[in-house]
Design a protein around this ligand. Structure first.
Ligand SMILES: [Zn+2]
Length: 248
């Protein structure tokens, strides 16, 4: 998959989009369309192509939800808001990142660029506009645990650690859990294998807190886990959490 490929259906009405290294999702629910995370700015055309292939227009999108406001998740969020009048939902605690003012662990990443996988990601980050994501200053605030009044009625699970305002979204009708960077299924630092895991500690603002937050995902049950990075994974959330905890 690359920037020019429209999304891949991973479940009925659920499309995985982005690139080999970065995921975002379109949920075509019975009651409307939701974009969850928005990749890099360069992924905008992919959204338009996917919508066209499904015979929708960008103005048909009802809501945009962000798991957190890092540049590889918030890429075209503000464009969607300004050009198509789509409300963007984000946890208030990520407002600083949304403005482009948060710490991004860039120095820690640069120190590890000798790792080939990370180097490739860094190149993609730069080429895809990761360093020039327009600030998002207007959004609807998600606070803690609630069911959002948007298509698919996703339940919000606050899982701080990767960022303070990081949330996961559980869509009960689709049985999908979009978990952002709380659990990923690829190790793009060391390339060590593809299964549920936490990101490397230095990627997380508070790694211990990210580890603690796993417990909030444990009781959800059988899901298709859709991470910010890596392939979808199907199984019980307690198994995913168990795998993530063991991979330290
Ligand atoms: Zn992130």
């Amino acid at each position: 998959m690359n920037d020019t490929t429209a999304g891949t259906a991973v479940a009925d009405g659920v499309y995985r989009c982005g690139s080999d290294r970065v995921n975002w999702y379109l949920i075509d629910a019975d009651d409307g369309l939701v974009v969850v995370d928005t990749g890099f700015p360069s992924h905008w055309n992919q959204l338009l192509e996917l919508l066209e292939s499904l015979e929708y227009d960008v103005t048909d999108v009802d809501a945009c939800l962000l798991t957190h406001a890092h540049p590889d998740h918030a890429g075209f969020a503000d464009r969607l808001r300004t050009e198509a009048d789509v409300p963007v939902w984000l946890h208030e605690a990520d407002a600083e990142h949304a403005r482009g003012e948060g710490d991004l662990a860039v120095a820690q990443a640069v120190a590890r660029l000798w790792r080939p996988e990370l180097f490739r990601y860094f190149l993609e980050f730069a080429r895809s506009g990761g360093f020039s994501v327009p600030p998002l200053t207007t959004f609807r605030s998600i606070d803690g645990r609630e069911t959002l009044d948007v298509p698919g009625s996703p339940r919000v699970i606050h899982v701080p650690g990767h960022t303070e305002g990081h949330v996961a979204f559980y869509f009960p009708d689709h049985e999908v859990l979009v978990c952002g960077d709380e659990i990923v299924t690829v190790d793009f630092v060391a390339g060590r294998g593809h299964r549920p895991q936490l990101l490397a500690a230095w990627f997380n603002a508070d790694h211990e807190q990210a580890d603690d937050s796993l417990a909030r995902l444990e009781p959800i049950g059988e899901v298709l886990l859709l991470p910010g990075h890596g392939d979808p994974w199907r199984g019980r959330t307690e198994t995913a959490v168990d795998l993530a905890r063991r991979r330290e």
